[in-house]
Each structure stands twice: as C-alpha cells, then as structure tokens.
Design a protein around this ligand. Structure first.
Ligand code: UD1
Length: 458
C-alpha cells in the first residue's frame, strides 16, 4: 500500500528474533508449587505494564530523547521496545527498569512481525505513528483470548481525526494526508485502549479534540501525564471527558511509570488466599480501593500506608459478590485472582464479568484442583471449598495464569502450572517475589526438574 514502507532488516532485527525466540521458548516452562505455605514478608511492586505500553508507543511522538523509568521488564514491554528498534528508533537500556528511546531516525511506519501480532498493545503504534507521521500500517492486535476484543472505537476516533483507514491482510492501514485535525468524539463503549490510542493520535493534531465517555483507569492518567511532560496539552484524564489542544511539537522527557495496580492486587489476593501477612510496597493505595474493599468484606485486614498496603488473611473468610466494571469499579484483570480467593471462602459468591465475555476459561482448570464453580453466561457461582488439591493445570492467559499460581500456593500437595509464558507477559520475576515471601515455587523447564523439586521439598 502507498503508506506502507517496508522495514529494512538490520543486524538489530536479527538479534531481535534470537532474543524473542528465547522468550517464546519460556512459554513451555512451568511453575512447580508445593502449597500450604502462608505468604509472609514484603514485596515491591513494579511499574504498570499497561501504562508502560502506551508510554513506549508515545515516545515515538518526539525526535528528542525520552527516558522511561520504573519500566517493568516483562515480555509485552520488551516486544514493544523491539518493535521500536525495528522501525529505526534507538533504544538503550540504562538499567533493567530504565530505558532511553530516541525516535529521531525512524524510517518506517509499518510494523509487522509475528510477535507484535501477539500482543494487544501493538495497536498503540497506530495512534502514535499517525500522530507523528500521519500514516501507519500495523497488524490487528492479538493479546489474551478473553473475548472478541474489537477495535472499532479506536478506528472511529482515528476517522473522526481525519484518517482514512482500511484493513488489508490482517493489518490496519491508516493515512491522514497532510495531517490530523481535532474532533469531537463520543466513545460508544468505555475502552482503555481506544482512549489512550486517540490521545496518542490527537496530541499533535491541529485544533481541539474532545473525547467523551472515556476510560478513567490509572494508566490513562499516567499516559496523559507522560504526554503532558513532553509538552502536550491534555486536560481531564481521569474524568469522563478528555480535552486535548493540539500542539505543533513535543519535546523529550524523563518520566517514571506508576506502580502496577494489577500486580499489587495479585499479591493482595495471594496474601489473603494463603492466610498470610504481606506488606505490599510501592503502590498507590487509592488505585487498589476496589480490591481492598472486597478483601475487607471477606473479613481480611487491610492496613493502608502512604505507598504500601498490608494484607492479613483471615483464617475463615466470608463470601462476597463481585461485578467487573471500568475504573473505579472492580478491574476485570483482577477477576480470576479474586475468584480463586473466593473459592476458598466459606459460602457462595457470585462473580459477574461485564467487560470480556470469555474470561472464565480458567474455571475448568481450577475444577481440576477441587474447586466448585458453575458458570452461566457471564456469571460464575462459586461455592467455597476448604482446600484445593494440587494438579497439573494450564495458564491459558496472563491473569488466569496468575490466579492458578495463587491456587497452587493454597493447595495440598504439588501443582504444576504449564505455559507460564502467558504469566511472564505481565509479571516480572513472579516466582522470585513469591519465594521471597516464603512460597515453595520454582520455574522448571521440564518434568525431570519438577521431580527434583518434589524430592527436595518433600
Ligand atoms: C485493556 C488492558 C487489559 C484490560 C482491559 C480492561 C492493555 C494493553 N490491556 O485492554 O489488560 O483487561 O483494558 O480494563 O492495556 N471494546 C469495543 N470496541 C473497541 C474497544 C473495546 O467494543 O474498539 C470493548 C471490548 O470488547 C471490551 C470493552 O470494550 O468489552 C473494554 O475493552 P478495552 O478497555 O478496550 O480493553 P483493552 O484496551 O483491549
């Protein structure tokens, strides 16, 4: 197509395939867990993956150097960084959580490889490339198979900004002639991805853009703050309406990503489910309120500090009902982990999944561990059991995988969680952080290594 420029394959891109190949092999790795050890101690939460993904793409919007701090070193962020390199940006790791990006020499607006196709956030390259170069050619996004996940609202926004869009051969091809212009956009569904993507496209558009019915997640605010630190003029992030006054140019910045709400919530559930006592540090307690509220209703103790929360799991926990909603409602990305916690409470809980229609697949895996959960449409009815029993289970997707690890930590005997590459998309050193809290968990390559672990921990 006219606006697709072929990417030049360089030594860098060859190294990229080697590196990602190694990461892909990790998909076959497993966690072996001996349950029954309540978690105790302190854990430090990393940067928010979903904010970082928007910020990495946003670094394309300036020719100056952008330094991103508190960047989680997880598979999804690494795939995004490699994609930036592929189109000619210079990407240098200052340390494991700090990266310097300079997009002055970007030479292609077409991104396509099988790895970028697999991650959801590849769609942010459409908004960023359109914003800067007025054209983009990016594969339709992949990501966890938790529902149909259309991107019609993204496309509606880009079109309103003056972009011509067509889908060809699995790719979104977008072009805006001489440039984008501001527009008044109403989102028909509250979408995190569409909100961030339209912001990325609109910050350099001519005139004023108003986006209504936007998502309010902490990472929306973080991406807006990042863009404002580059000279953008975005107001209202965190409310239902975002107003953007287009600027001519953005400049470089040094920006630290906020802590990850979902990683923190996962450790909160792990502490409660194992009946442990964990201080979860480097968090913004306000972002965790919906999770804290539910754990409190279950009878757990939650103590909030300025940048930490302590969760003390109660021995006999009460059931409660949950409905996933856009922020500040209960996050869909915490539904599996909280469901596992509820599956060990005394009584019946009802969980309604209102964001993604296919997010209960892990229930069949959990049943292999002795849970009692019935799914009817987008509702699950959880009858709490006294304990789980170790089994071999498959991660299936990122958050389902984390939930099954929590189940393994609580189970009698040994649990093997297969296909942990999903978990590594969004959790950095998950097993190491759990080990430091007293969990008996190990990352193993095969059943032989798993057997050695079994013999060692008895
Ligand atoms: C993002 C997160 C994901 C999280 C989700 C909801 C990233 C990379 N992923 O995903 O972890 O679970 O937010 O908090 O940040 N929808 C449409 N049309 C669209 C866009 C969305 O109908 O154009 C629907 C979706 O099918 C879904 C709902 O809107 O039912 C919310 O989706 P959205 O907020 O866009 O999720 P993602 O950005 O895909």
């Amino acid at each position: 197509m006219a606006y697709c420029i072929l990417t030049i394959v360089t030594i860098n891109t060859i190294n990229k395939y080697d590196k990602i190949e190694r990461k892909e092999q990790v998909m076959d790795h497993k966690y072996i867990i001996k349950g029954g050890h309540p978690l105790h101690g302190e854990v430090v939460i990393g940067g928010a993956k979903n904010a970082a993904l928007g910020i990495i793409a946003g670094s394309l919007l300036t020719d100056d150097e952008v330094i991103i701090e508190n960047l989680p070193d997880v598979r999804d962020t690494n795939v995004m960084l490699e994609a930036l390199k592929e189109i000619g940006a210079s990407v240098n790791r200052i340390d494991s959580h700090t990266v310097s990006i300079n997009a002055a020499n970007v030479e292609a607006v077409s991104i396509d490889d099988e790895y970028i196709r697999k991650i959801r956030a590849s769609y942010y390259f459409i908004g960023a490339l359109l914003g800067k170069y007025h054209k983009a050619c990016v594969p339709l996004p992949g990501g966890c198979a938790i529902g149909s996940r259309p991107i019609d609202q993204h496309i509606k926004g880009f079109r309103a900004l003056g972009t011509h869009i067509q889908i060809r051969n699995g790719c979104v091809q977008a072009g805006a002639g001489d440039g984008l212009h501001g527009a008044h956009i109403y989102l028909d569904v509250v979408s995190v991805g569409a909100t961030i993507n339209i912001m990325l496209a609109a910050v350099l558009a001519e005139g004023r853009t108003i986006i209504e019915n936007v998502a309010k997640e902490p990472h929306i605010v973080d991406v807006a703050n990042f863009l404002n630190s580059m000279g953008a003029n975005i107001k209202g992030a965190g409310t239902d309406t975002i107003r953007i006054r287009g600027v001519k140019k953005l400049h470089g910045t040094t920006y630290a990503v906020i802590p990850d709400q979902i990683e923190a919530g996962t450790f909160m559930c792990a502490a409660a489910a194992t009946r442990g006592d964990v201080l979860i540090r480097n968090v913004i307690p306000k972002h965790l309120e919906s999770i804290s509220a539910k754990l409190l209703e279950m009878g757990n103790t939650i103590i909030e500090y300025d940048e930490a929360v302590r969760v003390i799991g109660r021995e006999v926990q009460r059931p409660t009902d949950i409905k996933t909603l856009p922020y500040p409602g209960f996050p869909t990305d915490m539904q599996p982990q909280m469901s596992v916690t509820l599956a060990l409470a005394k009584g019946t809980s009802i969980v309604t999944e209102s964001i993604f229609e296919n997010r209960f697949k892990y229930v069949d895996e959990l049943a292999r561990m002795g849970s009692s959960i019935k799914v009817e449409g987008n509702v699950s009815i959880i009858d709490g059991v006294e304990t789980f029993y170790g089994a071999s289970v498959n991660a299936l997707d990122l958050r389902a995988g984390a939930a099954l690890v929590i189940a393994g930590l609580c189970a009698e005997g040994f649990t093997m969680v297969n296909e942990i590459g999903y978990i590594q998309r969004g959790y950095e050193h998950f097993e190491k952080k759990l080990q430091a809290l007293g969990a008996a968990i190990e990352l193993v390559e095969d059943r032989r290594e798993a057997m050695k672990f079994r013999m060692r921990v008895g």
